[in-house]
Design a protein around this ligand. Structure first.
Ligand code: AMP
Ligand code: ZN
Length: 462
């Protein structure tokens, strides 16, 4: 039985999809705001999303999963203050917002590939769904939950008695508290923008029934999830920072438009800390996958590190910690490979017992640290057997650590070939693809075909 913790109920309970017969699970994940490189904290949230997918598949479910790309509307504060993150980044980098969006979306996809994160079935861009969002806002207004001010269309939180149910905030306290209210036109302090009237100089704006506007960040997820998954779906994921504002507001919008809470199970990943503190630009500790690689730590070692803590616990990142994770992962791969191809029959009961313990762990609210300890036990079995190798490969369909990767088995080639490979690596690092292609042809003349993979250049004899 698969049990998942639901932030909405604060309980771990048996997971049953809405489409129990068809075994289809519908999921929505709040994706990246593509104004900058995603950092390893963000990646913790996407690794979790991927593990959740793979646990569901391991349990025989099919997936219908949507992740959005936020390329408009996310202001520098999650509440409706500050500049649009995309515009700010575009200004700073002297690029158009569309160039910024494209550049960081591509970088995001490269990173998730390195982390063995599978792409959800639907990846949808906010700017492609502006009309859907406008219609959604109209429904909220028509149902009496929205009102217009000189700044935009706002959600009236006082009309929804259940507002605050996800974060369990005390609304009375919030209203009489010390929070300074800047916008006098708002009816209640917690009311939030659905649709924002764009000042003249604002670049990303669309003509709408309320004039030239742009959407609020929260509306994009309500509108796009409904479009692809319907009014009610199974699981919604994100980081814990989304609970009090973004997800609370998604629920309010959906209740305002359809009367329903969009998702049944709300799952949230705890934060990654760096040296036990927050990541921040001023501390120069906002690391990316690229930064890890520059320090000779590969992406999957970081993935392994995230498995050392349950997703609902904070995880502390240190360089020593991630390097230790790399050593552990390489050892685990080595042990796995020792089982490969060894013809030794293992007692079926023993295999079944390992399988059960692994399944119990992943089905106990995705307890990967415990599942990983079962993996180590199998890998360390004194008796080497291909049965264990197959079992480890099966477990790796969830963990995605490339356990069957042969580590450090670099082949040696003639000196001349090695020299060209080195030169070509430099050319590629410098993005000199013309030179890289010339060197590829040279290698071909010497009898080798070169292939570029995540792990670098690989040679095959012609
Ligand atoms: P953003 O692009 O800012 O919307 O964030 C993308 C995802 O990363 C969201 O699910 C956030 O909740 C999550 N996130 C942001 N910072 C961290 C962190 N330090 N640790 C874990 N997850 C994070
Ligand atoms: Zn969202």
């Amino acid at each position: 039985m698969l049990k998942l913790y639901n932030t909405l109920t604060r309980e771990k309970s048996e997971f049953k999809p809405i489409d129990e017969k068809g075994k289809i699970v519908k999921i929505y994940t709040c994706g990246p705001t593509v104004y900058n490189y995603a950092h390893i904290g963000n990646m913790r949230a996407y690794i979790f999303m991927d593990v959740l997918r793979k646990v569901l598949k391991y349990n025989g479910y099919k997936l219908e999963h949507v992740m959005n790309i936020t390329d408009v509307g996310h202001l520098t504060s999650d509440a409706d203050e500050g500049e649009d993150k995309m515009l700010k980044s575009a200004k700073e980098q002297k690029k158009s917002v569309y160039e910024i969006a494209q550049m960081y979306t591509e970088a995001f996809f490269k990173d998730i590939e390195k982390l063995n994160i599978e792409k959800p079935e639907h990846i949808v861009k906010a700017t492609d769904h502006i009309k859907d969002m406008e219609e959604y806002v109209k429904e909220i207004v028509d149902n009496g939950y929205g009102y217009e001010t000189s700044k935009g269309i706002y959600f009236d939180t006082s009309k929804l008695p259940s507002y605050g149910e996800l974060s369990r905030i005390d609304l009375k306290n919030q209203k009489s508290g010390a929070r300074v209210e800047v916008d006098k036109e708002k009816r209640n302090p917690l009311d939030f923008a659905l649709w924002i009237k764009a000042p003249k100089e604002h670049i990303m704006k669309w003509d709408s029934r309320w004039g030239m506007c742009y959407p609020g960040w929260h509306i994009e997820c309500s509108a796009m999830s409904r479009k692809y998954l319907g009014e009610e779906f199974d699981i919604h994921t994100g980081g814990v920072d989304h609970i009090p504002i973004h997800h609370e507001n998604e629920i309010a919008q959906s209740k305002g438009a359809t009367g329903k809470n969009l998702a049944r199970v709300w799952m949230h990943v705890e934060f990654l800390l760096i040296d036990n503190g927050k990541m921040s630009k001023s501390l120069h500790n906002v690391y990316t996958i690229d930064d890890l690689e520059k320090n000779n730590v590969d992406a999957l070692s970081y993935r392994y590190l995230t498995y050392t803590s349950h997703y609902r616990n904070k995880l502390n990142f240190t360089w020593d910690g991630v390097k230790a994770a790399q050593v552990s992962l390489n050892r685990l791969r080595e042990l796995t490979m020792q089982h490969k191809g060894v013809e030794n029959k293992v007692d079926e009961e023993k295999i079944k017992d390992f399988e059960k313990r692994f399944l119990d762990a992943i089905n106990d609210d995705i307890n990967i640290p415990v599942a990983l300890s079962v993996v180590w036990e199998v890998a360390k079995e004194q008796t080497k057997s291909n049965d264990y190798f197959n079992l480890l490969k099966k477990f790796d369909t969830v963990l995605s650590l490339d356990l069957d990767k042969e580590e450090n088995k670099e082949e040696s080639y003639p000196e001349e070939v090695e020299k060209i490979l080195e030169e070509r690596k430099i050319a590629r690092d410098e993005k000199d693809f013309q030179k890289s292609d010339i060197l590829r042809d040279k290698l071909k003349e010497l009898g080798y075909i070169v292939m570029d993979s995540k792990e670098g250049q690989k040679l095959k004899k012609v």
